[in-house]
Write a protein that binds this ligand. Structure first.
Ligand code: ADP
Length: 209
């Protein structure tokens, strides 16, 4: 029963088997919780969800397309204003900007651009870490408490997920250990296979059994 009080309120009435399964994917880092889950990031109720955008900020395929479709025209309008005002040539890889969440459950969308995988010698690891770090810094600087990430760059941009998940989780861990304003970081994976990769990696990054 003790589980019921250590899990998010929305899960209060799930059965014990589900709760145990969730516990497997919940980790404490500093004062924050890191969760791994399967799902559609557009359904998340975190303060912000992160969009694996492209530098145009005009929408695209994958998670970017899903966010703009569900979020509605308001997000695109705000992206256009950001482009006109701050980034006429496009958002550089590794940088992050924020819009409202439009019709999404999340209040905000943080748009970041991950690197395209080109074999690993074109600063891809540093740029991917930057994309996560700048998203976390932006959320924290705006006073947000909870944020959900997709697996940036591992779809159309072709970054091998084993390497990408290690960078994602190491960057989140380093950030949360230094900074205690964020309360929850969720990695939302689209498949069981991706979840397994993240699960294995996080145990190595956090030096768990
Ligand atoms: P990138 O161009 O950065 O590779 P993609 O959107 O192509 O971005 O893919 C990034 C990851 O997001 C992939 O693992 C893909 O399976 C996943 N993804 C796609 N749609 C969703 C969604 N609605 N919710 C969560 N993850 C998603």
């Amino acid at each position: 029963m003790v589980y019921y009080f250590s899990i998010m309120d929305s899960y209060l009435y799930t059965d014990v088997r589900d709760v145990k399964n969730m516990m497997k994917h919940e980790f404490q880092v500093g004062k924050a919780k890191v969760l791994l889950t399967i799902g559609d990031i557009t359904q998340m109720e975190t303060d912000a969800i992160v969009n694996a955008a492209n530098s145009t900020l005009m929408g695209g395929g994958g998670v970017d397309g899903a966010i703009h479709r569900k979020g509605g025209a308001k997000i695109l309008e705000e992206c256009k204003r950001i482009r006109a005002r701050e980034y006429p040539a496009g958002l550089p890889t590794g940088k992050a900007v924020m819009t409202s969440g439009g019709n999404l459950k999340a209040k905000y969308v943080i748009h970041t651009v991950g690197p395209v995988w080109q074999g690993g010698n074109q600063c891809e690891p540093e740029l991917l870490a930057e994309a996560y770090r700048n998203s976390l810094m932006l959320a924290s600087s705006k006073g947000l408490k909870t944020i959900a990430f997709p697996s940036i760059s591992t779809g159309a941009y072709g970054y091998p997920i084993g390497m990408a998940s290690r960078i994602a989780q190491t960057t989140v861990k380093d950030f949360l250990e230094k900074e205690d304003k964020l309360g929850k970081v969720v990695f939302v994976l689209l498949s069981e296979r991706d979840l397994e990769v993240y699960e294995k990696t996080i145990r190595q990054v956090l030096k768990l059994s």
